[in-house]
Design a protein around this ligand. Sequence first.
Ligand SMILES: Cc1ncc(COP(=O)(O)O)c(C=O)c1O
Ligand SMILES: N[C@@H](CCOP(=O)(O)O)C(=O)O
Length: 462
Amino acid sequence: MKYISTRGQAPELTFEDAMLTGLARDGGLYVPAEIPTMSKAEIAALAGLSYEEVAFRVMRPFLGDCFTDEEFRGIIARAYDGFGHAARAPLVQLAPNHFLLELFHGPTLAFKDFAMQLIGQLFETALKRRGESVTIVGATSGDTGSAAIQAFGGLDAVNVFILYPHGRVSEVQRRQMTTPTDANVHALAVDGDFDDCQAALKDMFNDFDFRDEVRLAGVNSINFARVLAQVVYYFTSAVSLGAPERKVSFTVPTGNFGDIFAGFIAKQMGLPIDQLVVATNQNDILHRCLSGQGYHKGETIPSISPSMDIQVSSNFERALFYAYGQDGGAVAQLMDELKSGGFEVSQGAMQALQEHYVSGRCSEAETSATITSERAASGELLCPHSAIGVKVANEQRNPAVPMVTLATAHPAKFPAAVEEASGIHPPLPPRMADLYDRSERVTRIANDLTTLETHIRKHIAH
Ligand SMILES: Cc1ncc(COP(=O)(O)O)c(C=O)c1O
Ligand SMILES: N[C@@H](CCOP(=O)(O)O)C(=O)O
């Protein structure tokens, strides 16, 4: 199993090398050269299995011979052991044929834990075997950072630096990043927005001297292993609703396009997915693009769903790669145009995108109204991101096909917005009850590549 870059100019790598490499050296993102498939019988056989066993069967073909079966089973077992729900990703019914997939029962209360807990274990196993260490730098709008700090904190072979936009994450998200005491984790509050943090991260990967000196690694969805782990819950939920005999649709609150792209991979593997619905907040660049208006950056407007306040949606590059018939040159050209503000999608590629994805947007007022109305209708208290999914799902869904909306975070991560809409203050789980009493450790830092690289070099040294 080989991995290739979306820009076609980087060396082909194994799963493990692609995982430890992060961004391809041509600036692209790694994808499997061929997407493994599962037969109808293999998918049917997933019914009734534990989450861990489904995870093993779905992900195993992507790993090639990088990990033994025994190693990989152990990794999966350790990854999901700390989840607060036996089903890991339980489905609850909101309305006839509309279900919510609760992805917030992991250690940091967001869907990121599904992948981050797994790759924490994969990194540890691979680095121990190689006798190597790496520097992980991550960009976050709030959830990736807290999940990474939780998963990698205290590990000997990694230093972790998380860049988050100062003042643009919720207090719970910030405290999850700034209160852990492990010496190998560092929270950096960058003067800028999430796109600035992600651009700085990609600039570090493209600065080969720095990259090689610190042995830079990435745990954003740049890393295909992140996306792969997110494929699993499409299978568990669809199978429990009757797949492969019955088609199932998914609506995904979307920002960096990693989660919905995992749905695309599941579909390519053979899972009978009817609609993949991209739900955006007021920062609706993806919805505009999928509606045929080209991909043109605007200003990021802070919202009550801050994790989705994104203009440069990293994994959309992977979607474009497939829409352009795996033409790395065409993708490289589009990404070049994006540097000066945006690009138009060719007619053929647009048709290919629209074959797989539909989209919708949700305003701030609609997000709040959905939190209020869903609490009244089904009793479910939604976080703002999940509310965006529910609102767009209700607009787009075919009532005859089961729709699964992904609930990407726990309402307690965004208590102000949830309380404002519902009158209910969502409590943190007891294990985090003292989060507001813990002291914070964070460095405020300029959005400047040299400053960031200097800071990282200095703190690795220590
Ligand atoms: C709570 C929450 N919902 C939705 C998203 C969007 O997911 P993706 O970036 O995979 O599109 C994010 C951030 O990634 C998030 O943290
Ligand atoms: N919403 C994300 C943004 C980064 O996304 P990733 O999937 O590429 O890590 C966050 O919470 O940080």
